[in-house]
Design a protein around this ligand. Structure first.
Ligand code: CA
Length: 235
């Protein structure tokens, strides 16, 4: 772990802030913190953190506003940490430009996994056409356009492959239906979530050992899909 990686905690509940700081410092991250939106905006500009953990309910404003302001000029990965578990809030945060969303109460392992995924994504934003993604028996070789499970080739249609590759490129993160549709077919395609669902059912039938209990691609109901965290190698 890079000891110079700095995480900005934006959280007005001191108890939660202290708990987050303790976890992050124990993992070797450098931590900055604030309890309000105004200072968070200023600190993001002046300190240039590598990642932001953001509570939505702040005393001087809504976290959603903060995400939109920051996204005007910064690509810093943002993970929303909120007690609001509504699908509507998750979708709004993600579509406003947050990278991920974690609902309180959360486990330490889950939090750290989300942070790793968001940091990796932040570093890999430039993209990597020939990467190899693998984990838990699944291997997706983007250079060779080859997908295998436990060494056995999996035959995907062009659309199914593009969906799997998109999820791999963002592995460990939830992708909203709207984001996926935009990335796959463009903003004016008229494609809807039903097309994604049909394709996903086919992908799971081909990829998963038990399609009813998916190990690789999980559904976040009302929000989108998430590929498990995969290791990435560049070629
Ligand atoms: Ca709060």
């Amino acid at each position: 772990m890079n000891s110079m990686t700095t995480i900005l905690i934006v959280e007005d509940d001191e108890r939660i802030r202290n708990a987050l700081r303790a976890i992050l410092v124990a993992c070797g991250y450098s931590v900055q913190e604030t309890g309000n939106a105004r200072t968070a905006l200023a600190m993001t500009a002046s300190h240039n953190p590598d990642l932001m953990l953001l509570d939505l309910g702040l005393p001087d404003g809504d976290g959603m506003e903060l995400i939109r302001s920051v996204r005007g000029w910064s690509q810093v990965p943002i993970i929303v940490v909120s007690a609001r578990g509504h699908e509507r809030d998750k979708v709004e945060a993600l579509d406003s430009g947050a990278d991920d969303y974690i609902t309180k109460p959360f486990g330490t392992d889950e939090l750290l996994a989300r942070i790793r995924a968001a940091l990796r994504h932040g570093r890999a934003r430039s993209g990597n056409a020939a990467a190899v993604y693998q984990g838990k028996g699944l291997k997706v070789d983007a250079g060779r356009r080859l997908v295998t499970v436990d060494g056995q080739p999996v035959h995907l249609t062009q659309t199914e492959y593009r969906i799997v590759l998109l999820l791999c490129r963002h592995s460990g993160r939830v992708l909203t239906y709207d984001f996926m549709i935009r990335e796959l077919w463009g903003p004016f395609s008229g494609c809807d979530t039903q097309i994604l669902r049909v394709n996903m059912a086919n992908i799971r039938r081909k990829l998963e050992r038990d399609p009813s209990m998916p190990e690789y691609i999980t559904t976040e109901i009302g929000v989108g899909y998430r590929m498990i965290e995969l290791d990435t190698e560049s070629e």
